[in-house]
Each structure stands twice: as C-alpha cells, then as structure tokens.
Design a protein. Structure first.
Length: 252
C-alpha cells in the first residue's frame, strides 16, 4: 500500500529518519519543519497521511490539527478525512487525549521504535482507505453500507450520513462508528472498541475511545449531553441503538 505521506517534524535528523523508513515501505514522502508550512502543504497537496510532531515552531502540532480539522468537526477549509498521526514527547494522558479531541487519529510518544511507527502508519492508511467490513457479491468482495435507522456508514466512499446529511468524521471516528453500526445493540467494551480502531497495540489508552465517542455524539445526536443513540452502558461500554438515528444537530 503505497501512499503520499507528509512528515512535519522540526528536528531535521528525526525527520530524515522517519522519511527513510517510510520510503523503504514504498511511500512518497514530503518533509516540512514547522506548523505553518505543514498547514500550507496539506492545503496545496493533500497527503494520504500526516505524521505530525507536537512541539514545532510557528504553529505547534495541536494548532495544526485544530486548523486542519476546522475547530474539531469541520468548517471552512477543514481537512477532516486525512489521518493524522501525532508524535509527541509529552507523556501525560491529558496531553495525549487533547490531540485526539482536536481530531488526531493516533499518537506515538517519543522515543518510539521505527517498527512501531510503521505499524501505526499501515493501520491508519488501511483504515482511511476503507478496506473493512467486506461482503461477497458475485465474484467480488465489496464493503457493504451499514445502516442503523437514519444513520448510514459507507466504507467504500468513507462517508457517514444522518438522514441524508453528510457528517464529516476523522478516520478514527469513522472506524469506531463502523464497528458499532455493524452490530447495532451489541455492547462493546472500551478495549474491544480500541482494538477495532488501533489494533492490539498496548500503548494506547482506553480513554481514546471516550474521546471519539464524545466527538461522534456532537455530530449525530440532537443533544450530545443526553445521547439517545450512541449510548453508554454503565460498567460495560458503549452501543449504538437500533432506534432511528436522525435529526442530528444542524451543522455538527
């Protein structure tokens, strides 16, 4: 799976190392060294994946994510569908979850192994290209559209609609929602959902799931504070109810 990857890293030696490993996997790589250049490059030539350092001059990685995601959920000039992998020396859980809340899809804490980095890159690219939930029709395997009430999740187009209205989701949000929509009314634990969106890596906190759920509620629920469809099963996890999902908040 060859892709165009943009690396935004102010440490030139680190950036060159990441470039080398990505190119070994067959990817085309562009490198920038500050946040402003990252924003400009994404808008000039949207990549298949953005590998984004948090601590950068001019605009830091959190600021870049905020701008590209249009303030967490779309907006003028937003770039929602491009997966963002954050690289960070910050190790507190709150710092890491803030990046996810702004719209990043995954993160690695420094120092990290190149092998782990490449595994995360493969997972994000596979997820963003919608290769999950295949069913066989005739001689070809094609992903099926998942429907729960007024909610539709299309793995081929990588689109989510609510009552026909397009809802922009990050790749992580999309994968989580697709997992829930594939088995409506099933209660998933946080570790089960984490495995669906990040694989078996032990480096990601289960609180990542909570952040994605909160963001998705803002997009599909009438009142995100009182969710009717993407509901919490206390002491267990989350489920997507079979009741009609619709009348989502306008402009979410």
């Amino acid at each position: 799976m060859c892709a165009f990857v943009l690396v935004a890293e102010d440490d030139e030696k680190q950036a060159e190392l990441v470039r080398r490993y990505l190119e070994r996997e067959g990817h085309t790589v562009a490198v920038v060294h500050d946040g402003r250049a990252a924003i400009d490059e994404v808008r000039r030539r949207p990549p298949d994946l953005l590998v984004l350092d948090v601590m950068m001059p001019r605009v830091d990685g959190l600021g870049v994510t905020r701008v590209l995601r249009g303030g967490n959920g779309g907006g003028s000039g937003s770039v929602v569908g491009i997966p963002i992998l954050m690289l960070t020396a910050r190790t507190t859980e709150d710092d890491l979850l803030l990046g996810l809340d702004l719209g990043a899809d995954d993160y690695l804490t420094k120092p990290y192994s190149p092998r782990e980095l490449m595994a995360r890159v493969r997972t994000l690219l596979r997820r963003s290209q919608g290769t999950h939930h295949p069913v066989v029709e005739g001689a070809e395997a094609v992903p099926r559209v998942l429907r729960v009430g007024g909610l539709s999740v299309d793995p081929v187009r990588h689109e989510v609609t609510v009552d026909g209205r397009l809802v922009e989701c990050t790749p992580g949000e999309f994968e989580l929602l697709a997992a829930l929509a594939a088995e409506p009314e099933r209660v998933f634990t946080r570790p089960q959902l984490l495995d669906r969106i990040h694989g078996s890596s032990g480096y990601i906190s289960v609180r990542t799931v909570d952040v994605h759920i909160l963001n998705l509620r803002k997009k599909i629920e009438v009142d995100p504070r009182r969710p009717r469809h993407l509901v919490t099963v206390f002491g267990v996890g989350y489920k997507l109810t079979g009741a009609a999902v619709g009348a989502a908040r306008h402009g979410a």
